[in-house]
Unconditional design. Sequence first.
Length: 300
Amino acid sequence: MGMAVATLADTHGLVTRPGTQIWASSEGLGWRSVFATAQREAPFEEHCRAVADHLIVVHLSGPVRVCRTLEGRQESRLVPPGGVFIMPGEAEFGVRLEGPLDTVHFYLQRDVVNEIADWFEVGHQPACIIPRLGRPDPLLEQIALELREQLYDARPLTALYVDHLARTAAARLVRNHSTATPKSEHAARAGGLAREQLARAIDFIDAHLDQDPTLAELAAVTGLSPVYFARQFRRATGLAPHQYLLQARVRRAKHLLAATELRIAAIALDCGFCHQEHLTRAFRKQYGITPAAYRATVRS
């Protein structure tokens, strides 16, 4: 089995070639479910060794011609902006890029995709990801753009949000680009999030507002798989885990603004925000007022 992707050195090497300008990378950010880069690629031709994780490349410019060689078969296509290149993990392949190109590359961890595939009927064989060359996929394109935003601008609850994006991409990959088919509705709805499981999850969130918990860590306190936990948590609360975490952070900030003399910047850090601006943005969105204006109203 090829190695999992955690650093630039672990990738296929497509973005580390001479002439390619990497604008941002998730190396060193602590992301656990996906590895992402954003770059301007120079033309190249390369034979790539296998890695364990599944590669998705989203074209942000173009059109540009891409030639791919896989299992002895060659395919060439003029790929427009929004076109998606998908390469399953454990596959060796050749690729030629015939013009400069802006892209986002992201590698979905194999375990994350397998976790999603457990929700699908695949008979006695594992779900096989289908290679794609230039096929448009608006959802994968949007996920790539969201990952790029997280690379460029560190925000609160990054780990939980990135886990959410990775599992959304994995679900799209399994549903639209694999040999799997969905399970029956009855099987998909079996079970549920018990009251005590929900309470443990909420207690964990409240105890870690100043940190950056992952979806796997949250799911672990309930004894559920991350994908099943996320689905049942949304069903129970009406919010995705990362949305609930953000609202909980803002609620704590609201309490501290009214009950303490702490500076707003200190409250932001205490509640898990990167800095005061992020708190102000989230507070205004949730309550329609800035933290400073709220503090002034409760003390007038």
